[in-house]
Design a protein. Structure first.
Length: 143
């Protein structure tokens, strides 16, 4: 009887290693997916904050003659510091518009759209284009 149990144990010798390998693989996939999701959320939050910062700058400096270019510069400075990129003007697209008929003057609205080509850590499809993240903020110009 003891000999029969020894034979059963020898047949199960590699099963623990196989289970461990599957478990480690699954845990790594979950961990990397979680890291990618956190990075995507961080990128979106930075873009949203950069758009809000641009609108705040436009509201405070509403009488500025170069309002659009100054807002773009402010957004690029904010996003460049957060993303640690050397040339944010090439990576972060900023559009400033005043949709009301009076243009960019008090008391009209100002809109700031920010877009960024998100570069994921893990790319499953090498030939696929990277997704573009966009953020939007709007405010009313005041004196």
């Amino acid at each position: 009887m003891a000999n029969h149990q020894t034979e059963l144990r020898r047949g199960d010798a590699g099963s623990a290693q196989v289970e461990f390998a599957f478990s480690i693989f699954f845990m790594l996939v979950v961990l990397l997916t979680l890291m990618e999701l956190c990075n995507a959320i961080y990128t979106f939050v930075v873009l949203s904050d950069a758009a809000n910062e641009g609108v705040r700058y436009a509201i405070v400096h509403s009488s500025d003659s170069n309002l659009s270019s100054d807002v773009q510069s402010k957004v690029w400075t904010y996003a460049g510091a957060a993303f640690s990129i050397n040339s944010p003007s090439q990576n972060v697209l900023v559009s400033v518009s005043c949709p009301d008929t009076g243009g960019c003057s008090v008391p009209n609205r100002v809109e700031v759209n920010v877009s960024y080509n998100y570069a994921p850590f893990i790319s499953f499809f090498k030939g696929a284009a990277s997704p573009t993240m966009t953020a939007y903020a709007e405010g009313r110009l005041v004196n």
